[in-house]
Write a new protein. Structure first.
Length: 556
């Protein structure tokens, strides 16, 4: 939404202050003198702080500051070692290919990293974490990759800094590291009842091993972190990091313009809002970062109407995505025709394109047995009025605009679209994970360079039987798709893997378990005086991936 006129900003900020929504921060003058805190505004609040149990990106963004991963992607999308001496490779011999398509990788863990309670971080922590996450009673979101690992062990008890990972099948991204949690903190609770680990204190006040440690989490308000003085290489340059939860993107925008937050991540800003921030406060830098982020609408394929592929295709024909891209994003975010972003090595640019064609949409709906009622809305064979409900994250101005446009365009083909948005914590914590949306759910996947279709595998459909494990939210089942994904996830030859992914996308585009909308830019903001900010635009690599390097400068 674009706001014009000098009065809007004053009125908006005044209203926000009167409602108590502006963070209670020091005055700009005192903040200028102290410069020991950075405040990051976010339009989500984490659902939890154990990454393998969390469904929301907000948790991962905060955890970037609290945990140092074994390896990580930097802002150049290059995989680099962090808590290990080097990344295993076949060439160097620390990634061994064994008979029967098995593998063995050896990591040398860097000594010197400690948990925030002072205990050393060792390979034993990683080995234990693997066993804990693999346990079917643990609330792990996905075990698909974990099941490919036969064992993860520390061969020499006198050397807890060597980790050997034995794989029971080939996996092309086996050297990207593993989740590591503090065994000494969680083991007792795990032994008592693995199913209750999501209520463990590690999930709300985690003992991490990164540059910042948690001080407090005030639900509905903020998370405060403090620089860990024993972090290898020295404490972070900025002493304190505060994550403010401002769930309405318009309110968050006003806070950034007013300088009440120093930076934003997962801000739900539209392109217009980014432009407005730069215009109204020249001291703020708007970062438009290329990303692997895919905005889409999942379709619940258990629904009686959406089971029919013709109905799904009709929905895409009925929506003018090109017009949306031009109006809402100033043409900066391209329309998506498949699920893999253009920057991913496996992207298939030759897939079928669904241009805006309401006449074709009406024809497909007629083929599927729908007939117009006297009010212009379609009825199915049983005479039931065709009403579809769309859900997304409340307070996201960009998505709400998409919904309004969709409602009008779907009405033109005889579909009545109902809008039912929920807070992000509810939407991601319950509705999507447990597939509780009746028809349509709009959100984004933030991917990484190793994303290879796992989320579309039929074995990844969340159900009560598998404790809602998996991220195939539409519930799509396709035998050839499963086969291609299985092969892609074991193919070490990049060229062959790309071929498999491109064929998978051809099937996906024909079947359309989701409506592809746009390939998004990663939109973040930061005060120009805050130096060292390097947005990456990748899953798991949020704006704070290098926050220990940030510092305040008087020069812009």
């Amino acid at each position: 939404m674009t706001h014009r006129g000098g009065s809007w900003f004053v009125v908006c900020v005044t209203v926000i202050v009167s409602l108590g929504l502006l963070p209670a921060l020091p005055s700009p003058a005192s903040a200028q003198q102290q410069r020991d805190t950075v405040v990051i505004g976010m339009a989500q609040e984490p659902d939890c702080l154990i990454s393998s149990f969390c469904s929301m990106a907000a948790g991962s963004a905060v955890l970037n500051s609290m945990f140092a991963s074994m390896v990580e992607y930097n802002d150049q999308w290059k995989l680099v070692p962090r808590r290990v001496e080097k990344i295993p490779t076949v060439k160097d011999g620390d990634w061994q290919l064994l008979p029967n398509k098995r593998m063995k990788l050896t990591y040398k863990i860097r000594p010197g990293f400690t948990w925030h309670d002072g205990k050393p971080v060792t390979a034993i922590d990683t080995s234990w974490t693997y066993l804990m996450l693999r346990n079917p009673r643990s609330p792990t979101i996905s075990r698909f990759i974990l099941r490919k690992i036969d064992n993860m062990l520390v061969p020499d008890p006198n050397n807890p800094y060597t980790l050997v990972v034995q794989w029971n099948e080939l996996y092309p991204f086996a050297n990207t590291g593993h989740t590591t949690l503090p065994k000494h903190v969680m083991e007792q609770a795990y032994q008592q009842d693995p199913s209750k680990l999501k209520t463990h204190k590690q999930n709300t006040a985690p003992v991490g091993n990164g540059p910042y440690k948690i001080i407090e989490w005030v639900p509905g308000s903020h998370i405060t972190l403090e620089a860990y003085d024993k972090f290898p290489g020295g404490a972070a340059k900025i002493k304190r990091q505060v994550w403010r939860f401002i769930l309405d993107s318009t309110v968050l925008q006003a806070n950034q313009i007013a300088g009440q937050v120093d930076a934003t991540e997962i801000n739900n800003f539209s392109i217009d809002q980014m432009v407005e921030i730069e215009k109204r406060n020249p001291q703020i830098a708007a970062h438009y970062t290329p990303s692997l982020t895919w905005e889409h609408i999942d379709l619940n394929l258990d629904n009686e109407w959406l089971k029919d592929k013709r109905v799904r295709q009709a929905l895409v024909y009925a929506i003018n995505r090109d017009e949306m891209a031009a109006k809402l994003f100033l043409g900066k975010q391209p329309v998506a025709h498949t699920w893999l972003p253009t920057l991913h090595e496996g992207h298939n640019a030759k897939v079928k394109k669904y241009a805006y064609d309401p006449a074709r949409a009406k024809a497909l709906l007629a083929e599927a047995g729908f007939k117009p009622g006297t009010d212009g809305i379609l009825r199915d064979a049983a005479g039931k009025r065709v009403e579809l409900t769309i859900m997304t994250t409340a307070g996201n101005a960009q998505r709400e605009q998409v919904e309004v446009i969709m409602k009008e365009q779907l009405k033109d083909v005889g579909i009545d679209l109902k809008i039912d948005n929920r807070p992000a914590s509810v939407f991601f914590g319950q509705i999507t994970n447990r597939r509780q949306f009746p028809h349509l759910a709009m959100y984004a996947w933030v991917m990484s360079p190793i994303s290879s279709g796992l989320l579309w595998h039929s074995g990844q459909i969340p159900t009560p039987a598998n404790n809602f494990e998996g991220q195939n939210i539409p519930g799509w089942r396709n035998a050839e798709n499963d086969k291609l994904i299985d092969e892609a996830l074991t193919e070490l030859d990049a060229a062959k893997r790309i071929q498999l992914l491109q064929r998978e996308q051809e099937i996906w585009v024909d079947e359309l378990p989701s409506i592809p909308l746009f390939f998004r830019l990663s939109l973040t903001t930061a005060k120009k005086a805050l130096k060292g900010v390097k947005p990456a635009g990748l899953s798991g690599t949020y704006i704070t991936w290098n926050s220990e390097e940030w510092f305040w400068s008087q020069q812009q």
